[in-house]
Ligand binder design. Structure first.
Ligand code: FEO
Length: 411
């Protein structure tokens, strides 16, 4: 596929088809992928997103055959992940008059990733518009789809949506358009959603509210096929796949508390799950019968275990209960540790060790980052003293929301 393919009046595809089996987010993209970048050859020529870093120079050279890089006025970076922004350094070195358009969070990332501290930036916020000389771009911030700095761009006159990772497919395309692919791309489209977008489906629902207000004739995503036929069906697929099942789900929250701070954390977790229509069984390990707690754990879909720390260890009767868990078959359940502490919070880590000795899927910050790219969700959930400040409460809620999303998965 040669850069310069015309998609609409003054809109050109300038991406790169990558036939390799690319490692990506712990997946191997066996069908390769396509990095879609777009040139809007308007009165103020604009590039939307770039390509993977490996192809940056090739990308910039190919673009220079379509337009004098010095004429480029704007480079829109919807998402800073290097499969989108990787060609920016090569492009910016030629397009020296261009202003980089992105969200506020993206600015320091771009500056540091590509040593572009001294470039002009135009920071856009949700709903901002930009006149690019004959066309108008509308920007919508889409945080956590799938990282905090992400936005999407909509060209009003042509009714073309540039939604970044959303509505993408990881395929080294043989034809840019889905309707010329020669096969039904549903499996590729749904597979991409499940692998990349589904962990963030809470934010998909907000995105769809914005998308449903747009009249869209073409969806030009960052990867794979461009969609121009049955667009409503593709949008509806996202709506369906991101909808909660509201099936009966249950979380068991077990805690040992010294000064009621871990108990307060347990209550915040409980309230958050209940707001998500997930049943909760809450157990103070020093007040309830152990067999009742074990039965609750056995029948739960997710288990949170918390402890205060006293003299670098757990408190109350929690250890006796935890010692029984490895003997139980708890496969398929999610598990997480939490607790309040005053000094170093060793008990929370000891709880985590015990949970790791079971066959539950124990959540860790490391795994969350590796599987979703989210950096605002932390496991175990550690809070110093009482959970009073907004940041502390949000930390607890973020953990509950994350587990809720996994439990309410529709696919
Ligand atoms: Fe296409 Fe977030 O990477």
């Amino acid at each position: 596929m040669k850069p310069g393919y015309k998609l609409a009046k003054d809109i050109y595809w300038i991406g790169k088809v990558d036939q390799r089996e690319v490692p990506f987010h712990r997946l191997l993209l066996t069908k390769g992928t396509t990095y879609n970048s777009y040139l809007l050859k308007t009165g103020k020529p604009t590039v939307i997103d770039t390509v993977d870093m490996e192809f940056g120079r090739e990308f910039a050279e190919a673009l220079a055959e379509l337009i004098d890089p010095l004429d480029i006025q704007y480079i829109v970076i919807n998402h800073t992940e290097p499969d989108h922004s990787g060609g920016l350094a090569a492009l910016a070195s030629k397009a020296t008059n261009a202003t980089i358009v992105c969200t506020e969070i993206a600015v320091p990332e771009i500056q540091q990733m590509y040593k572009l501290q001294h470039r002009n930036y135009l920071v856009v916020k949700d709903g901002d518009q930009l006149d690019i000389g004959g066309k108008t771009l509308l920007f919508k911030e889409t945080p956590y789809l799938h990282t905090a700095e992400t936005m999407i761009t909509y060209c009003k006159e042509d009714k073309v949506l540039f939604p970044c990772d959303i509505f993408s497919t990881h395929v080294a395309v043989n034809s840019l358009f889905e309707d010329e692919a020669g096969y039904d791309i549903t499996a590729d489209f749904n597979g991409y959603y499940q692998a990349i977008i589904h962990p963030h489906r809470r934010y998909v629902r907000t995105l769809l509210e914005a998308v449903n207000e747009m009249e869209i004739e073409m969806i030009a995503p960052s990867h794979g096929f461009i969609l121009r036929r049955n667009i409503a069906d593709y949008i509806n697929t996202y709506a369906t796949l991101s909808t909660e099942t509201l099936e009966d789900r249950k979380v068991a929250i077990v805690y040992a508390t010294l000064k009621n701070n871990t108990k307060k954390m347990a209550h915040i977790l409980r309230d958050c799950f209940q707001e998500n229509h997930i049943a909760v069984e809450l157990w103070d390990v020093d007040k309830a019968e152990e067999n009742d707690i074990l039965r609750s754990i056995e029948s739960a879909d997710a288990v949170f275990v918390g402890s205060s720390t006293k003299y670098a260890d757990m408190t109350g009767r929690l250890e006796g209960l935890l010692q029984k868990l490895p003997e139980m078959n708890l496969e398929g359940k999610l598990a997480a540790a939490f607790g309040s502490y005053g000094w170093s919070g060793e008990a929370i880590e000891v709880v985590q060790d015990y949970l790791n000795g079971t066959n539950m899927s124990v959540q860790s910050t490391s795994n969350v980052i590796k599987t979703t790219g989210m950096t605002h969700v932390e496991f175990p959930v550690r809070i110093r003293f009482a959970p009073r400040e907004e940041a502390q409460i949000n930390k607890i809620k973020n953990a509950a929301e994350f587990i809720s999303d996994l439990l309410l998965s529709a696919v």
